[in-house]
Design a protein around this ligand. Sequence first.
Ligand code: UTP
Length: 294
Amino acid sequence: MKPVRKAVLPVAGFGTRVLPATKAVPKEMLTVFDRPALQYVVDEAREAGIEHFVFVTGRGKQAIEDYFDKAFELETTLEAKKKDAILAEVRAAALPPGAASFTRQQAALGLGHAVLCARDMIGDEPFAVLLPDVIVNGKGGSCLKQMVDAYNEVGGNIIAVDEVPQERVNQYGVIDPVTAGDAGPLVKMKGMVEKPPIDKAPSRLKITGRYILQPQVFDLLATQTPGAGGEIQLTDAMQRLMSSQDFHAFKYAGQDYDCGDKLLYLEAFAAMALAHPELGAKAKAVLEGVLKKG
Ligand code: UTP
């Protein structure tokens, strides 16, 4: 079985739900406490052993390419001023030479279309897709690391899921399990449903924005017709792939935060501030102070 070495990060969307913040700043670069959302996602993938990152960008997304480059003037200045701690953090953000590729999605035709743009760069091997506006705070290892470990056991295709209360299933894409009520973290799938009515949902397992896919999905994406919202949907191509390949949902340990909506972004910001290893306790006092002020 070929290992999962490469990841696709689609970053070409407009981020309309968080406008005007995203008018001149890519959504994936919005600050979540002390770093861009994308930094958390890249760190998650690096922890999982990802060696090559394919960013699918678009017009107005240059900040992303600059962020993962060496910042020569900045680093020289920090070095001269002996600001060693912050210099180390700045340097850690850059990716190793040759580890990042950038391709442009010329028009935001949908997530499936964005993934298809990475086809040549991925080639004939399994790969991860990480939606970079979702931060996952994994417990006992990053979410993608947990998924790669599961992949090394069962192969095929894997979709990260998280259990949500029944009354909220109609807000998400949920998976359709082969057998209801599987207790373990891996659940064999037979389908997916987007925003099902509460009483008709096939499960409470919400699709979270992390995938491990086989390269055959590209053949299907290439012929995929527009689906929901007139966009070429990754979900539709995965659904077709399911007729010839195994798909497992994987209940990762941890918590996900969506930065693509104004209020959820606020939640992500507060959660990452509270989870900060050095500043978490102080951040808590600040947040409590804000609530007291009313
Ligand atoms: P979203 O649907 O959350 O992003 O896609 P969006 O389209 O930017 O958001 P809204 O709905 O307008 O507010 C998830 C990820 O897929 C990327 C986005 O950049 C985001 O990181 N994406 C989406 C693309 O790269 N291309 C697309 O055509 C659509």
